[in-house]
Design a protein around this ligand. Structure first.
Ligand SMILES: *[C@@H]1O[C@H](CO)[C@@H](O)[C@H](O)[C@H]1NC(C)=O
Ligand SMILES: *[C@@H]1O[C@H](CO)[C@@H](O)[C@H](O)[C@H]1NC(C)=O
Ligand SMILES: [Ca+2]
Ligand SMILES: [Zn+2]
Length: 600
């Protein structure tokens, strides 16, 4: 019999109570790029460590050791490149995943020892169409010690430790054995397993030392606490409803939105299909078409509780429509099967399947919020929409488009950064940008002309000018004064995200001013217009940037994405926009720079 005390003892070795870790020896922000402190389970604080990434971009590209060999695969080329750059043996480099995008090819690698891969020492290499290396990110380490590759602690004991510490249960997703780099430069062998509690909204990946039994770190797959606001106003809600016929994009969703295969036998007449399933409570509680021919016409009645049948149906239909729309939109811009997207059936186009987005509307697990969990490619992204009790009757987050788009975008950014692991937006700084991209995508989807008015997230719901964030997103620095240096005094990921989203709002405005605006950008990504350019660079840069990027890394990835796709035509537009908010050439350590490269 294993005693309860023993689990706790091993937990105490690795983590400290949240209340005892207030005094920070250094400014808190100096750890933003490598750490993330989380309070888990019953008030325990776990500080995850991610070795710093180096990131280099190479403009038109540089050669790799196999450049002369036309028959080499991109995986071999990437291993050869990393080996030569870092001067490490090829057998310490393992390929994890890769894909060929429109503008670049990407390979994601991991450090390895005794054929066991490292969890948090990773690399990514991107090639352009001339087979030249254009970007290289790495958090590989030179360990001062490496634990034996044979575990001393059985998996079952490690699971018990993680369950006790995190307050959830092992979810039966196969556990793995991986090396984990600690802050002191030593490398531990860890059992890695997923711990979940649906009701409590917990979904962690736990790293338990396979020799000492300590819980060393966690990956938090859940992006939460996004919306502390009132839901949508009655008149705006009714005004927003429209009947859309056949909104699906047949390139992105070749079997439509209600078919998980290629034959009619796999069709549904419900809010369940290849990209998403929208349900309430259990996955069998979907909405069935209101009439034959896939008509889903359910009129929401704002005077009634959201839980009456018609309102539940309206919520499931709206969320299903939005998540499918985001699937199709982002697919057109590169979030494809091979790039680790969310689909049941990948139609043989690469990537791991059986991972459509599950949308739990009116989830009873929470109130006044929404969240999105992004486990690795091959496991469903999980969106949960809660009710809001600021009004009577209560309101439903699934009917607020900003919320659904914001949450869904967490899935896009978490999958595309770092090769589909869900592990690469975990530091405070990278997690902050995760929130920023989600707001920026909502901003993008709500434009309806070339005008770039201030964007206020959830303006309808709060009915106040500044919406649910601290400032509107604006090209006017008086309206939104946030700059790169603002991060130094911010600690919370949504607040940090506002800095990034406002920079992207300004990048968007500059590109639209230069190149105009396309009304068909959602379905046609081929034009030269500024909103199309913006979304291409947005998506392309995600796969270029390193695991757990900094603002500086993310900016560099945009600049490189422009070289890859547009030959650098927008270089000065991008630099000027980033520099206007402090992220110029010499920006570092949250000190602003307005400098732009010579010639801009
Ligand atoms: C276009 O968007 C603006 C806000 O950005 C809004 O005021 C306006 O009503 C929208 N127009 C249409 C036709 O939807
Ligand atoms: C920027 O916003 C301030 C405050 O609302 C306003 O006074 C000013 O005119 C704006 N500037 C521009 C260029 O629109
Ligand atoms: Ca997938
Ligand atoms: Zn969020």
């Amino acid at each position: 019999m294993v005693s309860f005390n023993k689990f706790l003892a091993s937990v105490f070795l690795a983590v400290a109570y949240a209340s005892s870790s207030i005094a920070a020896p250094r400014p808190a922000h100096s750890k933003f790029a490598t750490h993330r402190a989380r309070v888990v389970g019953r008030g325990l604080q776990v500080e995850a460590f991610h070795p710093p990434s180096t990131f280099q971009t190479f403009g038109e590209g540089i050669d790799h050791p196999l450049s002369k060999r036309t028959e080499s695969t991109m995986e071999d080329s990437a291993v050869a490149f990393v080996g030569s750059q870092l001067k490490v043996d090829f057998n310490t480099i393992a390929v994890r995943s890769g894909f060929s995008g429109e503008a670049a090819k990407h390979v994601f690698l991991r450090q390895s020892h005794d054929s066991i891969p490292f969890a948090n020492a990773v690399a990514n290499v991107a090639f352009n169409h001339d087979d030249k290396v254009v970007a290289f990110g790495s958090s590989f380490v030179t360990p001062n010690s490496i634990a034996s590759s044979s575990p001393a602690i059985p998996l079952e004991a490690a699971i018990a430790t993680a369950e006790a510490a995190l307050g959830g249960k092992f979810n039966q997703h196969p556990a793995t054995l991986e090396y984990f780099v600690k802050q002191d430069g030593s490398v531990a062998l860890t059992h890695v397993m997923q711990i979940q509690d649906g009701e409590a909204g917990i979904w962690f990946e736990a790293f338990v030392d396979a020799h000492s039994g300590e819980l060393l770190s966690v990956t938090d797959f859940v992006a939460k606490a996004s919306y502390q606001v009132l839901p949508i106003q009655k008149e705006m809600l009714t005004q927003g409803f429209e009947v859309l016929t056949d909104p699906q994009d047949m390139t992105a969703s070749p079997a439509g939105w209600h078919n998980t295969g290629t034959t009619s036998a796999t069709s549904t007449s419900t809010t369940a299909g290849n990209n998403a399933i929208a349900f309430k409570g259990t996955q069998s509680s979907v909405t069935t078409q209101s009439s034959n021919g896939l008509n889903f016409i359910f009129t929401q009645d704002p005077t009634q509780a959201p839980t009456v049948a018609a309102n539940v149906d309206a919520a499931r239909v709206n969320a299903f429509y939005l998540v499918n729309s985001i699937h199709d939109l982002t697919y057109k811009y590169g979030f494809t099967e091979a790039a680790f997207n969310f689909q049941q059936n990948n139609f043989g186009k690469g990537g791991a399947q059986n991972d459509r987005v599950t949308i739990s509307v009116q989830s009873s697990a929470g109130i006044d919020n929404a969240d999105f969990s992004t486990p690795p490619d091959g496991q469903s992204g999980a969106m949960r929409m809660f009710l809001w009790d600021f009004t009577s009757p209560m309101r439903d987050g699934a009917l607020e488009n900003d919320i659904v788009v914001h949450e869904n975008t967490h899935g896009v950014t978490n999958r595309m950064t770092g090769g589909g692991t869900g592990r690469c937006l975990q530091t405070t700084e990278a997690g902050g940008m995760g929130e920023g991209w989600s707001d920026a995508m909502a901003d993008w989807t709500e434009h309806n002309s070339s005008a770039v008015p201030d964007f206020v997230l959830g303006a309808y719901v709060e009915n106040k000018a500044s919406g649910i964030r601290t400032h509107p997103y604006s090209t006017n620095a008086t309206v939104n004064p946030l700059r790169y240096s603002s991060i130094a005094t911010l600690n919370e990921v949504h607040n940090i995200g506002e800095v990034w989203a406002n920079m992207l709002h300004n990048v968007y405005a500059a590109l639209v001013a230069a190149h105009g605006w396309s009304a068909t950008a959602r379905t046609d990504p081929t034009g030269p217009e500024g909103n199309i350019v913006f979304l291409h660079l947005f998506i392309d840069a995600l796969a270029l940037q390193p695991c757990n990027p900094t603002f500086v890394n993310a900016r560099d990835a945009w600049i490189q994405a422009d070289v890859n796709r547009y030959g650098g035509a927008n270089k000065c537009i991008l630099w000027n926009a980033f520099a206007s908010r402090g992220l110029g050439v010499n920006a570092a350590n949250f000190v602003d720079s307005s400098a732009v490269p010579a010639g801009c």
